[in-house]
Design a protein around this ligand. Sequence first.
Ligand SMILES: [Fe+2]
Ligand SMILES: [Fe+2]
Length: 231
Amino acid sequence: MTPEYKDLLIRLLTIQADCEIGGPHIYVDHWTLRAPTVDDQWRVARIASEEIDHCRKMLRLLNLIEVDRSDILERPRSKREVDAFKEDMPTWADFAAFGFLIDKVGEYQLDEMVGSTFAPIDDTLPIILREEKGHVAYGEQQLQKLIDSGTDGKTQAQAAISKWVRHRTRHVRQVGLGAHRALSRVGLEEAHERGGAPAVHRGDGAQDHRARPRRTGPAAGQEVPLADDSA
Ligand SMILES: [Fe+2]
Ligand SMILES: [Fe+2]
């Protein structure tokens, strides 16, 4: 792993970890026990728990390359990497629009990581991406409920969408979508200098000097092991 590759990887994983924990820091205190129904309160708590887990997974990836960025857990809101996470969320429509629009950018960021030259990322992505889609869908559903509830709800939803759309545009600029493609480019340049295939970086900082292996199921005709019932 070259210093340039490692620096970029640390930067990308740190931004992701910061964005994951940034949401709960805005809404947990205010909305966990104020969401409109007990189902919504449970959903807020669950979304927060999933975001904390996403942050935990990013910090663990950093640990694999011997980097500790747990300092972001205590970062003041004003120092977050992305302006959206410095905001307040005074209305329920804010919470909904945040999920619908800002978590969608989070989904784009994570989508970009699929097939990363840093192989351990792929192990974390399927669950995180599934959960992010759930956050976006819940935000959309709550906005729709507000819109259907009448004039007040519609006005609140419109104001929140206008506010978080601006943040979404800025968010995309600040996180620099395309950064993971840059990471792959650095990997390719490393390979070009060596005159070989792109390296697959493992978590221990080492690398295999061969093309990234594709995940495959059992080969045709190969026996599929059954789950062990004895456990
Ligand atoms: Fe997340
Ligand atoms: Fe999310």
